[in-house]
Design a protein around this ligand. Sequence first.
Ligand code: HEC
Length: 174
Amino acid sequence: MNRAGMAFASTAFLGATVAFGQNGAGQADQGYAAELWQMMTERDLAGENAVQAFPYAGTDPHGMMLETFYTEATIDGHSGDLVIKRNYGPEGVTVEEVLGAGDDHLASITIMFRRGDGYAPDSGNWFWAKYLPNGSLDRAPDGTPLAGPARGCISCHADADGGDYLFTTNALSD
Ligand code: HEC
């Protein structure tokens, strides 16, 4: 990545970090995020051997190129919808660069996993997490890991059409 690209990326993702602020991930949410990451790597949805989709152009706060996957997953006996978004940058990154050397351009992996009734009824019972490419959790400006009913994610996704917190589809609405 050249220097100009790097500078842009920090600016773009700094904006994202501010928007994601004020989240409070407790130990339970962090442990749950680790279980989710392990399951995703076992299923090649994340990590070194992750399957690829055709990337498409995106914008802040996610990334300049995006891949989105829709599936179901089971964690601790509970099955629910899982939506995975891979976020690539910096601005100007091309489809060819992402397909050819995705790891060099991957900035973060953001996921939504629908947990059971009662987990977070005010926000569709979604579990939110933002991972760095190595599987560790990204952090809000106050240092809190981004996992759980993360307010920064919810405040923006609450405006998604259909009241399901999903921007790209209403197909998973219950
Ligand atoms: C300022 C608004 C905003 C914030 C904050 C935000 N997102 Fe998003 N998110 C979007 C938009 C817009 C899309 C649709 C992008 C596209 O075209 O694929 C999206 C898409 C997604 C998707 C794919 C499912 C869908 O909604 O279509 C996931 C998963 C996701 N975001 C996770 C997160 C997580 C986790 C956080 C917090 C760490 C977060 N988002 C914060 C705006 C936001």
